[in-house]
Design a protein around this ligand. Structure first.
Ligand SMILES: [Zn+2]
Length: 89
């Protein structure tokens, strides 16, 4: 379980690019970094439950990977989930 913010999404995308460039044995230029940073402005932190953009979500489930069972849930949906669960006790 970890906290996801807009900044953490951008940082993880930049890290993935760095790893890809390294694997291809290509040096990353200032132009490449500027392009990646520009593309990152389109990244949105979306809650998997309510589908709304949120400043902060919590990633739960399996470690995020291709076809992993992972969900990013906003604080409001987390609070609703806790409320529903507590009502069932
Ligand atoms: Zn939500």
């Amino acid at each position: 379980m970890k906290t996801i913010t807009g900044a953490s999404l951008i940082n993880s995308k930049i890290e993935r690019y760095k790893e890809s460039y390294k694997l291809m044995n290509i040096s990353m230029t200032e132009e490449d970094i500027a392009k990646i940073t520009s593309d990152c402005k389109l990244i949105r932190n979306i809650c998997d439950e309510c589908k709304r953009e949120s400043e902060v979500t919590v990633q739960i489930g399996e470690e995020l990977d291709y076809e992993s069972s992972t969900a990013q849930i906003c604080l409001e949906c987390l609070e609703k989930a806790v409320f529903i669960a507590k009502k069932s006790l």
